[in-house]
Design a protein around this ligand. Structure first.
Ligand code: XMP
Length: 395
């Protein structure tokens, strides 16, 4: 199997789209292409480019049960509104029992990789697809291979890629769900492989997509399992969906009221907020969560702070953190609750580094009060750790 990636295209959206159409025609004209959409901006852009290039494409959304709820609506319903021709594949019943109970972060990632690739392989076979298109973007590639995109060739074999990765193993940050998988296709095709999220948003804007898609917050491949610390259960998944939706919706409303849109470019050139979510855990204080030290992943417990809210002081402390993976500031608690809820809101250019969003304390307090109204909420924290030394997600 080969991987075709558009390397080093022009950055200006109009020129980029023209070049991407040329690239897609070069590799996919007259072929049948499978395209998995996740609801996020990267795969949506890949699909829109395929459509624009008039390539015969099968767009599929795989619902494994760990997708988020957006303002009370399950993601699969939401995506159907944006892309009415999408095929929804419901694998919840087969997939969820496989991941339930697995607490190890990398194992969760691998289970995902397997379930995802297994389902994709079935459709590819049934539909006799020649190619697989995906929305792999620049940071995915650079974090997975530990090399620059320009060190890659437009067309590479999987063996060549593995060899490249092995020579840069020290700089490998995490295993992505969409690299290193062999599918029964001639090749994968990755038209947005050289773009950052910000550039993707510009392309979507140029293609006339609505703001709700352009400013969509990034969501990880392993979905809500990356935001449930420890093993996923049917019960904690239900709770996670609820608090995740609440946190994301309230912060989006705040930005919309304040700035007229749900994401801005701040004075540091970061997308603010780049990602917003709630992570949950039973007793997070004793759980190991991921951090990032000297370019490598670590698993350590978090440090809890409470008392006076001083954003700058907390950020400074978290930036210099040693022996812990992050600092969580306790906003409030209900001793009879069950799950800790961690509010995470970060700003970033491309997810490789991130700063903590300086949200008004009043807003955090309101959010805390709302979260504590849910009887199962135990302690509400705000994560004040930049990346590095923390990662964005908790696995
Ligand atoms: P971290 O947590 O490593 O995340 O700081 C960086 C960015 O990548 C997303 N993320 C993933 N995306 N597969 C993905 O497709 C994964 O395994 C994965 N892990 C993290 C995360 O949401 C953030 O945008």
């Amino acid at each position: 199997m080969l991987n075709h990636r558009l390397i080093n295209p022009p950055r200006e959206p109009k020129k980029f789209v023209k070049e991407a159409i040329k690239f897609l025609n070069k590799h996919a004209k007259g072929k049948k292409v499978f395209c998995a959409l996740s609801g996020g901006i990267d795969s949506s852009t890949a699909y829109l480019l395929l459509k624009k290039a008039k390539i015969d494409t099968i767009p599929v959304f795989i619902d494994h049960g760990l997708m988020r709820v957006i303002r009370g609506v399950e993601e699969r319903e939401y995506i159907k509104k944006l892309f009415p021709d999408i095929i929804i594949l419901d694998i919840r019943d087969q997939f969820l029992p496989k991941i339930i109970g697995e607490g190890d972060a990398e194992k969760k990632r691998h289970l995902f990789k397997d379930a995802y690739s297994g389902t994709i392989s079935e459709v590819i076979k049934e539909e006799k697809c020649d190619l697989l298109a995906d929305g792999t973007i620049l940071p995915d590639i650079e974090e997975s291979f530990g090399v620059k995109i320009t060190d890659l060739k437009e067309t590479m074999t999987l063996e060549e890629e593995l060899a490249l990765k092995n020579t840069h193993i020290k700089r490998f940050v995490k295993s992505q769900h969409n690299v290193e998988i062999e599918y029964d296709v001639e090749a994968t095709i990755q038209p947005v492989a050289s773009l950052t999220k910000h550039e993707i948003r510009k392309v979507l804007e140029y293609l006339g997509m609505p703001d709700e898609l352009i400013y969509r917050k990034a969501f990880p491949g392993p979905a809500l399992s990356a935001r449930i610390i420890g093993p996923v259960t049917f019960e904690n998944l239900k709770f996670e969906k609820k608090v995740h939706d609440l946190v994301e919706a309230r912060l989006e409303d705040f930005y919309k009221n304040q700035y007229g849109k749900t994401m801005i470019i701040n004075s540091y050139g970061e997308q603010e907020p780049f990602q917003v979510f709630a992570a949950i855990s039973e007793g997070v204080i004793s759980q190991k969560v991921t951090g990032l030290v000297n370019g490598g992943r670590t698993y350590q417990t978090p440090k809890i702070e409470k008392g006076e809210w001083d954003f700058d002081k907390l950020i400074k402390k978290a930036s210099e953190l040693k022996g812990f993976s992050r600092i969580l500031f306790e906003l409030g608690n209900n001793p009879t609750g069950q799950y800790d809820v961690i509010i995470r809101s970060i700003n970033s250019r491309d997810a490789r580094t991130a700063t903590v969003t300086n949200l008004p304390f009043e807003l955090l307090n309101q959010l805390k009060q709302e979260l504590l109204k849910i009887p199962k909420t135990k302690i509400v924290y705000f994560d004040v750790t930049p990346k590095p030394p923390a990662t964005i997600e908790y696995v």
